[in-house]
Design a protein around this ligand. Structure first.
Ligand SMILES: Cc1cc2nc3c(=O)[nH]c(=O)nc-3n(C[C@H](O)[C@H](O)[C@H](O)COP(=O)(O)O)c2cc1C
Length: 356
């Protein structure tokens, strides 16, 4: 038997850090006091640069993080469970903690293999998914959440039309434009910081990075939009969805627990796909625009179009009353290996308080 040490907990946090987040902004920080590993929103580092602490996007990411840590502790034969608390503290919003104390079995605490899950925004072939995998995804549940798999061409085209509409709204929203531009890392030095979106991971066409750099200024983007730029940009976003062999939708109850459960299920389904060699490209844009409409942050001029998107999403996704579409995943067999995304140094997100 051995005890939990700073080193073993650091291994868990590193594993958790490799879970996905919107624009790879890694909104969480982790504190260990020798007994509990607390997870909080890293207010000082990310506030104003990405979604807020209680936004569904952040809770989705929290769900993936919690699922990753719990899976890792199971690999160590010492299952730990996340206990949510969801409360404000003077340092920022705290989500809850895992109890990591007492003795560990001898094999625990060993280095963990990196999770296989990753994003691939490249081109996919039209090869169909194995039916056993489709069945596994359809049978996957967490709380009230489920996954729907759409593989017929009419459905993937209809979903691409949702992505097109949502993405047009996104490119006309100054706040979202600012966040995206803030997160983009154009040079090796900028990418080496370890957060944000390294443009090499975006699968852009030739000249795409230069174009994004030129559009970094909102006034230029607004001018470009007057020429129909938002439609062209959205078209680049949506076209691969129409051609994908399948799109997976993560759907669940429209509340805080639903978002957390959706994140857990997202992580699980994504891992199952990657384990079978199937690439995954998440699209949050539809969920995001619907959410912005509901919370009242959709610009007035875009509201009517957002309402149509909301109605069409509910119809296309066959959402029951009280259900929300949390995520769309374009899935298929990749034609080339993707550039992996990076992470912040552990020291930026992990703190030991009090001592072991
Ligand atoms: C809530 C959430 C929203 C995301 N939205 C998108 C998206 O709209 N488009 C996209 O390409 N990737 C999206 N991602 C994927 C992240 O950008 C990706 O996980 C992150 O860059 C880390 O890369 P990795 O998944 O390869 O580890 C999203 C991830 C999460 C958790």
């Amino acid at each position: 038997m051995s005890a939990w040490t700073q080193e073993t907990v650091a291994r868990l946090v590193r594993y958790a850090q490799l879970s996905p987040s919107a624009d790879n902004m890694q909104p969480f920080c982790f504190q260990w006091d020798g007994r509990q590993l607390r997870i909080a929103y890293d207010q000082g580092r990310v506030a104003g640069h990405t979604f807020g602490p209680e936004a569904p996007a952040t809770l989705l990411s929290l769900g993936t993080t919690v699922e990753a840590i719990e899976q890792a502790t199971r690999l160590w034969n010492h299952p730990a469970t996340f206990a949510p608390t969801f409360h404000d503290t003077p340092d920022g919003f705290e989500y809850g903690a895992l109890q990591l104390e007492g003795e560990l079995p001898p094999e625990s605490g060993q280095p963990l293999p990196d999770p296989i899950r990753h994003t691939d925004r490249g081109r996919y072939s039209r090869r169909e998914l194995p039916s056993a995998l489709v069945q596994r995804l359809r049978a996957g549940v967490q709380g009230g959440c489920r996954m729907a798999v759409h593989s017929d061409r009419a459905s993937t085209r209809a979903i691409a039309a949702l992505v097109q509409s949502a993405s047009e709204l996104r490119f006309q929203t100054p706040e979202l434009h600012a966040w995206l531009m803030d997160s983009l890392r154009f040079s090796e030095d900028a990418a080496a910081r370890g957060d944000g979106l390294d443009v090499r991971t975006l699968g852009l066409p030739p000249g795409g990075a230069l174009m994004l750099r030129c559009l970094g200024n909102w006034r230029r983007m607004a001018f470009f939009n007057r020429l129909g730029g938002h439609r062209a940009m959205a078209g680049i976003d949506a076209a691969p969805v129409a051609k994908a062999p399948a799109v997976v939708a993560v759907i669940g109850p429209d509340d805080r627990d639903g978002a957390l459960d959706a994140g857990r299920l997202l992580y699980r389904g994504w891992t199952w796909l990657n384990e079978e060699g199937v690439a995954v490209h998440p699209y949050y844009v539809v969920s995001d625009q619907v959410q912005r409409l509901r919370e009242g942050s959709m610009p007035q001029a875009l509201r009517e179009r957002a309402q149509r998107l909301q109605a069409e999403t509910a119809r296309q996704m066959q959402l029951a009353p009280g259900e929300h579409l949390y995520m769309l995943l374009r899935v298929g067999y990749a034609k080339a290996a993707p550039t992996p995304s990076r992470r912040l140094p552990l020291s930026r997100v992990f703190e030991v308080r009090g001592g072991e």
